[in-house]
Design a protein around this ligand. Sequence first.
Ligand code: UFG
Length: 328
Amino acid sequence: MTVLVTGGAGYIGSHTALALLDAGEKVVVLDDLSTGFDFMIPEQATFVKGDIGDQDCVETIIKQYGITAVIHFASKIVVSESVSQPLEYYETNTSKSRNLIETVTRCDVKHFIFSSTAAVYGEPEKTPIREDVYLSPINPYGRSKLMVEWMLADAAKVSGLGTVVLRYFNVAGADPAGRSGETTLPATHLVKLAARAALGKRDGLSVFGTDYATPDGSCVRDYVHVSDLAAAHVAALNHLRTGGENLTLNCGYGHGFSVLEVIEIVKRISGNDFPVKHEERRPGDPAALVADGSKIQTLLGWEPQYDDLEAMANHALAWEKKLVARGL
Ligand code: UFG
């Protein structure tokens, strides 16, 4: 039994490929290297450079390697870019996923795990957010992912495909053993940006909004360690293989940190100060996004190992130092 990981040269995909290999699985990575890097792909995985929307390519991989499960990460993920280039997001995230799902069901792959996002919730009326609230994404990125959730549910009904949809909150940190980390260029995520500022690779940091209705006025997010998230995918696969029902689950710890708290922790852990500017709110940022994470813990037995922002900051800093040494 071999698992196909699309987007395995990217941030969460490479960590999940590592977790699968650590669990004794065989892994094929399919990635077009548009945003991923070949040095992120674990050496023990088989790598195919190609496009998830290319049905001949995917069918050949499924037949050649005896793929029984697909974990689908490959997508575009920058919210602001999705606003300026919506059709590219609908093409890459939605249309190509449709092609992939069609190929997977036609070739009788049994299990499919889909990388979704808290962006499907839009501006939630209350937090922690449960999976069954009304879904109202406020940007093309969230809509491009929600359409795939819907397609997958409809396709699964007729094909019997086993599916788990995982809605990620704010993913941060890096493999504790230093084998992978967030490499996306240009960096847009807060923890990575703060790590780069602490290493002197950028000229400080801006805080977008300090007048939100939160304890210190800056936005609150539920930061999840990428290795815990990778473990959730392995648990989801085991759930499906043992006959578990199709599920949609939040991936978050159920508590959050503010932007100012994240910056303070990165400064303290690194021992480096850097300038911080308070700026206007960034359009489309909800004040607080915190998961109700009880369902994934109950249904998958997911037990986070790194629910600790200091550990996330430490691992992110260690990875960033490696990237800097590579000239990135
Ligand atoms: N922030 C700053 N300064 C920066 C960068 C970010 O203040 O330089 C703030 C943002 O305004 C936000 C928080 O830090 O309040 C986190 O921002 P990120 O860009 O790291 O993450 P987002 O919350 O915007 O987005 C994340 C994922 C998306 C997903 C979304 C779901 O990256 O893919 O959560 O809500 F859609």
